[in-house]
Design a protein around this ligand. Structure first.
Ligand code: CCH
Length: 296
């Protein structure tokens, strides 16, 4: 199998809780981005540094979160990564402060922290990723292209390369897109998916089913808009989850059962962040307390 070994020389749990708290406090203090939080773009950075993994690639360019290669211009310039420099810059001070931390660990921990601080479920996380050089930059076109509108395409990315089931891909995409928005100057798409883009919810699934989605009439890329408020959006790939009957049954399940949605998401997001990495038995999964739970 296509894996890299994580380092066993990691710090104790308390050190990572300290870093978590630093990131969470910065998230709370800097509320001037987009809808009031850098959280969504941190979640996207964690996903994009992990989502380049290809289980079938035996070469040096395995992708995944291990090697921290999005610090190189070459990976930043992948058109699918447009807009993520904002998230890297937000996290950079913690790389300076905690120099033992690799970029892969920093960026995945940033995503875990953002999910939890935006009222999401607890995400198990393990450290030990190592920064590698330019030759570990994954090739372009591994991250999904939102203009594709077939189940076959979505499965080719999430099953073919990342090894997830239909249910897992529905959960990942739908909870991910409860958060944040599209930026015309980044992806070329425009707008949020939900009315609460700084809260982790199952609202994406409810809105996808309940609203009447029409192709937006504008001179930008093909995207969908809700007929009732015309303020929300769906990408072509998002619409596949409604149109493909095998996906749709999970959209219906997660729209109805928020608790199952959140516990499934916690499990599958944690595994996404660890694709292609083998952790030593001595490194136990860590579960961080939120600032609120610590009375901070
Ligand atoms: Fe996504 N996503 N994503 N996404 N995504 C975008 C923004 C976010 C696709 C395309 C886009 C996941 C899956 C997919 C987030 C989390 C996840 C944007 C707009 C596009 C385009 C970027 C911009 O303009 O700034 C496609 C295609 C797929 C799969 O088919 C998954 C999985 C996750 C996480 C679990 C988050 C969060 C955002 C908002 C970022 C922000 O800056 O607000």
């Amino acid at each position: 199998t296509n894996v890299r070994e994580a380092s066993a020389a990691v710090k104790p749990f308390e050190e990572y809780q300290k870093i978590y708290n630093d990131i969470a406090e910065k998230l709370r203090e800097e509320d001037d981005h987009d809808d009031g939080s850098y959280g969504p773009v941190l979640v996207r950075l964690a996903w994009h540094c992990s989502g380049t993994y290809d289980q079938n690639d035996p070469s040096a360019n395995k992708g995944g979160s291990y090697a921290g290669t999005m610090r190189f211009q070459q990976e930043q310039n992948d058109p699918e990564n447009a807009g993520l420099k904002v998230a890297q810059d937000f996290l950079e001070p913690f790389k300076t402060k905690y120099s033992h931390l690799s970029y892969g660990d920093l960026w995945t921990l940033g995503g875990v922290c953002a999910i939890q601080e935006l009222s999401g479920p607890k995400i198990k996380w393990r450290p030990g990723r190592k920064d590698l050089g330019l030759d570990a930059v994954p090739p372009y076109h591994r991250l999904p292209d939102a203009s594709q509108e077939t189940g076959e395409y979505v499965r080719s990315v999430f099953n073919g390369r990342l090894g997830f089931t239909d249910q897992e891909m529905v959960c990942l995409i739908g909870v991910g897109h409860a958060l944040g928005r599209c930026h015309p100057d980044a992806s070329g798409y425009d707008g949020p998916w939900t009315f609460s883009p700084t809260m982790v919810t199952n609202d994406f699934f409810k809105l996808l089913l309940d609203e009447d989605w029409k192709i937006r009439n504008w001179d930008g890329k093909k995207q969908y808009t809700d007929s009732s408020t015309k303020s929300l959006m769906m990408l072509p790939t998002d619409m596949v989850l409604k149109k493909d009957s095998k996906f749709r049954k999970y959209v219906e399940l997660y729209a109805k059962d928020e608790e199952k949605c959140m516990s499934d998401f916690a499990d599958v997001f944690s595994r996404l962040l660890e694709r292609g990495i083998k952790f030593p038995d001595s490194t136990k999964p860590m579960v961080f307390k939120t600032l609120e739970e610590q009375g901070l």
